[in-house]
Structure formats: structure tokens, C-alpha cells
Design a protein around this ligand. Structure first.
Ligand SMILES: [Zn+2]
Length: 274
């Protein structure tokens, strides 16, 4: 059974062939790529919020190079460890083009678990790409500020580098359910920042306390990226927040760059919903 909820009345949505229906007669078409649009018009801040097509293509090329595979593997391991045994519903909040969602679903299935996994993202381009690639996973266009799933419905919620809206995450997680946040570690992409900025800075260490959740664990995972592929470097840059805020000189230095050595650092924060 799906955990998607009607963005108008909040009731459970059920999938019928080419449409998702709620008991109150609201219906949402399944797009040809297989996803559903669950963003109410008043929650839309621009014509097409989130990553655009080029950014999604960059993100997919970069992730499929395997550069972040160890982080996806670490997430999968944590999910398997904490996921309840029976009938679990898994939500990938801010799923992007589905790299982590798809690998998590495959990994859990290989380990004898068959959760109902679904994902949503604000970017229609990203969700389109996710739905096209991972046909068996339901994906929706939706907002982190009004997550399109039922209250207390998810046994596991994952959020990898997506915005964190604690109240919404608490609303959708089941009591006793697990939340896994992936946040950048202090020196994540430091080598890239040394090229972009005259005065590179370390990331702030994120707070670990959120209302409604008990903090269980912080799992730092560290890696390195060493590449001589200029396209991979540009793809990496395009999927970071620096793509918006890098000064002109930094962009020029990046353009001229043919190799990159940098630290990679993810911190996984694990919580249990009270
Ligand atoms: Zn409805």
C-alpha cells in the first residue's frame, strides 16, 4: 500500500492504472515517465523549482561514476541495520534523480527485505529522471515543506543532503520509526573549495537535536576523490551549492582545472521518532 497522500485533502492515494486517486475524488495523473505530481499550486515558488535538466544530468553522470558509492553503501548498511523486520515503508525525502533510492531498494531486496520504498523531490526534472530509471519505485514531485505522504506512515525516512524540515520529518515518521540524515562533514569537498575561494571554509557541524526525535548515532564516512577528468569536475561543481555562490575568479580557475584531489566527508545522523 502506498503512503502517498492527497495534497488537497490529505487522504491516502491509491494507484489505479494511469492515475492516483483519493477517496474524496481528487485525482493525479501518472506522467508518461511514471511519476506523479503532488505539489499544490500554492506551494510552487517558481515555474520549475529545484534542479534543472542540466543539473540533473550532471548529478546523474557524477553519481554513476561511482565517486560517492561508498556513501550510498554506508546508507544502505545503516538502513538494513535499523529497518524494522516486517512491512516497512521507506521514504527517500529529497530523492533527486534517484541514485540513493534505487541503490537502497536493490540492496534491501538482495538482503531479503522488500519494503515499500518511495521518493519525492521538488525538482520535476530530477523526479522524471528517477522515475524513468527506477520503474518499480513510485516517485512524486513534492515539497519538503509539505511532504506528500500520510502522517506517521514511514518506518524509515532518509534525507541525503536535502533540506531538513524537522517538523515535517517528525510528522511523517512512524512512532519508533527511523530517520537517517546525511549531512556534509567539516572537510567535505575542501579541495574543490580551495580552488573556488580565496579563503575556503570548513562546513559547520550540524546540530544533532531535533524535536520529536531521539538522537541515536553519528556515523562519519570519509573518502577521497582523485580525478583527471575535467567533465567529472564540472559535474561535481554543478551539483553543489557552490554553483550559485562562487565568484567569477573562482569559476575561471575551475574552468582551467584538469585534475582535482579532494577530501569527501559525509556524516550520517541516525534518529528514532519518539
Ligand atoms: Zn483528496
Amino acid at each position: 500500500m502506498s503512503i502517498f497522500a492527497c495534497p488537497v485533502c490529505g487522504a491516502r492515494l491509491e494507484k489505479r492504472e494511469k492515475v492516483w486517486l483519493c477517496p474524496n475524488g481528487h485525482s493525479y495523473d501518472v506522467a508518461s515517465e511514471g511519476y506523479v505530481y503532488l505539489l499544490p499550486p500554492n506551494k510552487k515558488h517558481s515555474a520549475s523549482p529545484g534542479d534543472d535538466r542540466e543539473m540533473v544530468a550532471s548529478r546523474r553522470r557524477f553519481l554513476e561514476s561511482g565517486a560517492y558509492r561508498r556513501f550510498s553503501d554506508a546508507l544502505n548498511g545503516l538502513a538494513l541495520r535499523y529497518l524494522p523486520r516486517s512491512g516497512p515503508a521507506v521514504l527517500d525525502a529529497g530523492c533527486g534523480e534517484g541514485y540513493y533510492t534505487g541503490r537502497l531498494a536493490a540492496f534491501l531486496a538482495e538482503n531479503g527485505r522488500s519494503p515499500q520504498i518511495c521518493g519525492f523531490d521538488i525538482s520535476k526534472c530530477a523526479v522524471k529522471a528517477a522515475a524513468k530509471r527506477y520503474r518499480s519505485i513510485p516517485f512524486a514531485v513534492g515539497s519538503m515543506f509539505g511532504i506528500p505522504v500520510l502522517p506517521a506512515s514511514a518506518d524509515l525516512v532518509t534525507d541525503v543532503f536535502a533540506p531538513i524540515v524537522p517538523g515535517e520529518l517528525a510528522r511523517v515518521a512512524k512512532p519508533g520509526g527511523i530517520l537517517i540524515l546525511a549531512v556534509p562533514g567539516e572537510r567535505h569537498l575542501y579541495g574543490l573549495k580551495e580552488i573556488l575561494y580565496d579563503q575556503p571554509y570548513e562546513n559547520e557541524r550540524k546540530d544533532t537535536e531535533y524535536p520529536g526525535f531521539t538522537f541515536l548515532d553519528r556515523v562519519p564516512v570519509r573518502g577521497k576523490l582523485e580525478t583527471d577528468d575535467p567533465r567529472l569536475i564540472r559535474d561535481l561543481f554543478a551539483m553543489t551549492p557552490y554553483a550559485w555562490k562562487t565568484p567569477w575568479e573562482g569559476r575561471e580557475r575551475l574552468k582551467a582545472l584538469h585534475s582535482l584531489r579532494t577530501e569527501l566527508a559525509f556524516d550520517f545522523l541516525v534518529y528514532r521518532r519518539k
